[in-house]
Structures are given as structure tokens and as C-alpha cells.
Design a protein. Sequence first.
Length: 468
Amino acid sequence: MDKFFEITKRGSNVKTEIIAGLTTFFAMAYIIFVNPNQVTGFTEGLTSVWNAVYVGSILVATIGTLLMALYANMPFAQACGMGLNSFFFVSFILPQVISGGDAVAGYKAGLVIILLSGLLFLVLSVTGARQYIAKAMPECLKTSISAGIGLFIAFIGFQNVGIIQDNQYTLTQFVDIHGAIKGEGGILTILPALLALLGFIIIIVLHQLKVKGNVLIGMAVTTALYYVISGVTPSFDMGQIGQSFKDFVEVGLFAVFSKEAWSLTFNPAFIGGTFSVILYVIAFCMVDMFDTIGALYGTATQAEMLDANGDPESLNQCMTCDSIATVTGAALGTSTCTTFIESASGIAVGGRTGLTSLVTSICFILCLFLAPLASVVPSCATAPALIYVGVLMLGNFKNVDMSEMRFAAPAFLTLIMMPLTYSIANGIGIGSIAYTLITIFTGKFEKKDVMVAIVGILFVFKFCFITM
């Protein structure tokens, strides 16, 4: 095992890798339940699709993460991408729901788009085009991607437990503690937010005291406090497992290869015609590609697993794993699979090899039969881990040359637009556009900047024609 995963060579050990794998799993276990909710949009009457996507999501996370473990030997996990799953619902299922059409048919047509985008993704990976695109990004963007993802991860953590709340005037606000105290239910209504903040402090204190496993310990303590204070009893209802598998086989599994699905895809009533099909395929492929590039650069930077050129080790293998997982996901009846930024939580506790990913993938496959156990860890326990990772990753921004505005401005836009637009890809796209325009108008544009200019142009088209 040590020789295969190069554990000692990378300065790690089996215990650390196992803890890292568990940490990554619990940080991203929410996707098991969130993905089917996002794909179906909480729409009533789509129980069969929900069940199919639920099983498919677990299987594709298992397969994708296992590929990262055994082929790439990197501590990265994969699962269905947030944002892309919502885009799937809005593009293919919601129009049918609104018009009173066949939402299941819209789901099957959407799977064909995912398959085609995954195949395009795979071609770009195998030919090395994706790797070339990633390496051609200017240094200021590469550096800011990691920091931007840190902010994004922290924002997700803050939002998941209500530390950051909606506000009709300012869009967001800090959790309303005063209002909770005066309102019905009292302080317990914001218990997750308060416990998450406490959990974060616990993780930081343990970090300062150099306690190994600080993140996992912090999550465990927060989980225990949540159940003790709230009085909530964990649920272990196993009754729906059989029906989930039945719907998966009948509705989701290999539905993308049916004659009906392809006929629906090119039917204007479902997708909008051939031009729309092409546009959707490119859009899904682009967002998946740059989400992956961003996640790989961000997490590899955090793990100090970069080569002499500042690019992630095993970059091509990681991208190939990602594209294969997306194609597999379409075959299994679920939305686009991508490398998860929550992988940084496992890296933060020392994960450095594919053994971390192997442990995470084992946890996912167990969820096919023990799904309720994954829901035992509340969001208030995983949020502190995400916020902690955000702190660690934000430190990478110090490497941006802030004295040169030509680099500082695009880097800042990349950094800030990721959390504000809730998209890694959007941050990279906006940063690329800014970098290109600034270098052109200041006479600094060089041959090596052609690729980032092409990326910027593609995102201009994406912003103009696709709402995501």
C-alpha cells in the first residue's frame, strides 16, 4: 500500500490519510441529498427521478473518487457539481413543469446533453488540450484561483448554517441573534449558526495547539453539542432504500442511451433545436472544465503538490478522471460530475495521496445502504471545516504581485467573483476577460496570452447566451 500510493514519499502516513478521507467525505456528504433536490427542484410528483438521481449521485461520486485514488493517486474527491445541477433543472425539467409537459422526458433529454458535454470534455482531456489551457493561464489568475475558492468555500459554510442570511435591502446580513432571542422559538432557531462559529473556534484552537485531527475533532464535538442542546434524535429510516434502487434501474440507469432520449433532445419542445443543443453542450463543458481547473489548482496549491511550473501534479490524469466521471454520471442518470473543492478539507488535515480518495469513495459506496448515517453529521458540524479551509486557502493571495495593477485587478476579480456569483468558473471567466482587456489596452499583450484571450471570448459568449 505504501509503495502504490507513495505515502511515505509524500510525507504522510496511513492514519493521516484515513482521517483525511473521512474529513473530506463528511464535508461533502451533503451532496447525497442536495443533488437530487437540486436536479428535481423540490418538484412534487418527481419521486422516481429523485430516487434515480439519489442512487446515481452516490455511484458517480464513488466511481469518480475511486478513479482519483487509483489512476491519478491524488487526494481529490468527485461528485455532482453544485450549480450545474441547478442549471440542469432550470434548463430541462422546469420548462416542462411550467408548461405542464413531461418532466421525466425533460430529465432524459438533459442527460443526453450531459453525455455529449462529457464526451467533449474527455476528448479535450485525452488530447491534452485541457492541460494546455490550464497551464496557459497567467500566474496571477492561477494564484488567485486558490484564494477565490477559499472565499467561496467559506461562504458556502457561512450560508449552509445561516451565519450569513438573506436581506431584502443589502442582499446578505449576519445572523440575526437579537431577532431570534425575541422571536418564537428563541435562541434555538439559530443554534446551527452559533454552534458552527463555536466549532470553527475549536478547530482553530486545536490547530494552534498542534493537535492532529483538529478538523475531525471539531466536527465531532460540534455534532455532539448539536444533539445534546437541540434534543433532536438522529433518524435512521431505512425503508426507502429498496424503492430507490427500483426507480434507479427503471428511470435513470442507461436512460441516456435510449432512442427516446435522443429523439427528445433534438425535439424543439424539449431543448429548443440543434443550435440550443450545441450551446448547452458547450456551456456545460466550459463550466465543468473551469470548475475542475479551479478546484485542482486551488487544492493542489493548498497541498503543496505543484510542479516546477506551478501546475498541479498529475494534472492530465486528474482531468481525465473528471471527464470519465461526467460521462459515467450521464449513463447513471445524474448531472455533471466535477472535482469537489471540499477536497481541501481533507488536504487541510494532511491528505496527500490517493488513499485519502479511496477512503472517501468507500464512505460513499456505503451510503447506498447506510444513507441515513451520512445525515447524522449536521451542517453546523461541517460548516466550521469549510470556513477553516477558507482561511488556509485565502493565504495564497499573498503571492499576487499587488504592486502591478495589470496583475492585481484580474486577480482581485477572480478572487471576489467566485463567492459573489457562486461559481468558480465565473470567477475564472471574469478574471480572464479583465486580464485580456487590460493587457491589450496597455500594449502588454503577448503571444502567450492568446489562450487566456480565447477563454475570455468563450465566457463572453457564455454570459450573453446562457444564464447560469
